[in-house]
Design a protein around this ligand. Structure first.
Ligand code: FE2
Length: 527
């Protein structure tokens, strides 16, 4: 389905109201052994079209991929499903018309997971496109398209993906996703702030669906609101995604069990309960593998995905295990806490896992797909220095260990990808950021937001004033958009795409700048 057809399909389905379907062909008998809960299986019966949140796929391996949907005829009001298990069929085909079916099956959508459904489709061929859809009763989902990864060690001469983050629903339209959906990509990588937890703020281009979210139902309804966006749905339907979260999937600038300062839920036990429901709703709405299913307030999100001999994504989670932001967070001069050798942004287990993975990686490009910028950003022009304590800048022990590892062990072509800061950046990673002549040990591309922050502007006088203090920063732009990355064995090209505006639905997209990283030569170069 191309983008226009996808839009037409979606509109035709969503416009139908109060359409009660008849009994579906499925009965509980054939699938009784798969019932995850003793609850009886209900005939699929929906108050309205149940696939209003679209479909998604993700976590591509050479022989398997995750496909996802959620039954939600009334998306922002609890989903609108009765508290019963509902069977849902799925099909995977090698053609866009779903004629050459290569895999099919039935899953049970349960109230425990908000009637979300994920299928790990196995037995697929590497490095090829597949189409998929879900059917329940007489209703069919939109058709999604996905792609498997190349086999380990296989030569890959070209791999393209988009890097995105930060999609505040109220602050702008997701028109960037409309353009992304029409690109020729193998993958989308989303590095967090997929939802925002805040209340309705009047006067914005769109509205949230209620006050600040705190309960499981709140988080589910907020995810559902975001997922009703047709442009976001189109980008999910067009490519597999690799996702990781940042802070707003739970709460602004939280750190592990510690709530944002000045918030009312300071008690870590209370905050962990909130984190648990936020993680639960995140899992329910993302095409993640089942190993990520949360256990209480804990969720396994850091993981590794490889694409032939070309690239490994070391996907990080710098929120769940970090120590509290030093110096009471914010943009500050360094205090003692920034030098604390026990402070960590990844936690020890994840850091060990990352360094081990970098050390043993067999691929040419080693990508740290993570949340917050690693490179130093001194935000005070001239004398004095201030840093954002929520980024790697606040966790010097963690960053120093990573930078010395890169300098000494020289893993193949390390490139960090980050988001969070609602602006585009191209930066060199330095052995010592205070010594411009020190070794460049890696490269970093930070993507701007899809919509967060409204239209923005190309330049920002505050940033422009401190850029000379940061010679390893090669590019800044403060508009909305995403970064398109084209990887080959020769080099990595990053195109910084920007939106003319996001406060109307008709914004246009253009390429603001392109940078490359040459194979074997750390650092970003403008082209
Ligand atoms: Fe954000």
């Amino acid at each position: 389905m191309d983008y226009q057809n996808f839009q037409r399909f979606l509109n035709s389905r969503i416009k139908r109201r109060n359409f009660i379907i008849g009994t579906g062909a499925l009965t509980g008998l054939a699938i009784a052994s798969q019932i995850p809960h003793p609850r009886a299986i209900a005939k699929a019966r929906f108050s309205d079209y149940p696939f209003k949140l679209g479909v998604a796929s993700g976590e591509p391996y050479p022989n398997s991929v995750v496909i996802w949907t959620r039954l939600a005829p009334d998306p922002v009001n609890g989903g609108g499903m009765p508290l019963v298990n509902v069977p849902i069929r799925w099909e995977v085909a090698t053609d866009s018309n779903m004629r050459q079916i290569v895999a099919r099956g039935t899953e049970i959508a349960t109230p425990e997971l908000a009637h979300s459904v994920r299928v790990v489709v196995e037995g697929l061929q590497p490095e090829r496109w597949y189409w998929y859809r879900f059917i329940s009763g007489k209703e069919a989902s939109p058709i999604g398209r996905t792609r498997t990864a190349p086999s380990p060690g296989n030569y890959v001469n070209k791999f393209t993906f988009a890097l995105a983050s930060c999609q505040h629903y109220e602050q702008g339209y997701y028109t960037a996703y409309k353009y992304m959906a029409q690109e020729n990509l193998d993958l989308v990588v989303h590095v967090g702030d997929y939802i925002y937890e805040g209340p309705i703020v009047q006067g914005r281009v769109r509205q949230h669906n209620g006050p600040e979210i705190k309960t499981l139902e709140d988080y589910r309804n907020r995810h559902a609101l975001y997922k009703t966006d047709p442009n976001l749905q189109a980008a999910h339907a067009a490519f597999p995604w690799i996702v990781t979260w940042d802070d707003h999937e739970v709460e602004n600038n939280y750190a592990n069990a510690i709530s944002q300062l000045d918030d009312d839920d300071q008690d870590p036990i209370e905050f962990l309960a909130r984190r648990a429901v936020a993680y639960q709703a995140y899992y329910e709405h993302m095409p993640l593998r089942p190993f990520s299913r949360p256990q209480g307030p804990n969720m396994q999100l850091f993981r590794r995905l490889s694409f032939g001999n070309l690239a490994t994504f070391h996907v990080l989670d710098t929120r769940q295990y970090r120590t509290d932001q030093p110096c009471e967070d914010g943009v500050k001069e360094r205090c003692a806490g920034t030098f604390d050798p026990n402070a960590t942004i990844t936690g020890k287990a994840q850091e060990d896992w990352l360094l081990e993975g970098l050390n043993t990686s067999q691929t040419q490009w080693n990508i740290l797909a993570q949340q917050v910028p690693i490179a130093q950003r001194d935000m005070t022009p001239g004398e004095g220095a201030t840093f954002s304590m929520d980024k790697w800048d606040g966790y010097l022990a963690s960053r120093n260990r990573l930078m010395s590892f890169l300098e000494q062990r020289k893993p193949s072509n390390p490139v960090s990808l980050a988001g969070d800061v609602h602006s585009h950046w191209a930066m060199d990673l330095k052995a010592d950021f205070d010594q411009p002549d020190s070794t460049t040990v890696g490269s970093e591309f930070v993507c701007t937001s899809i919509s967060s922050g409204g239209n923005g502007a190309d330049t920002n006088p505050t940033v422009a004033a401190y850029l000379p203090d940061n010679p390893h920063i090669k590019f800044y732009n403060g508009q909305r958009g995403y970064v398109r990355c084209l990887l080959t064995p020769i080099n990595w090209q990053a195109d910084f795409l920007v939106m003319s505006n996001v406060t109307t639905e008709s914004g246009t997209i253009s390429k603001r700048a392109s940078f490359i990283v040459e194979n074997g030569r750390p650092g970003v170069q403008q082209v």
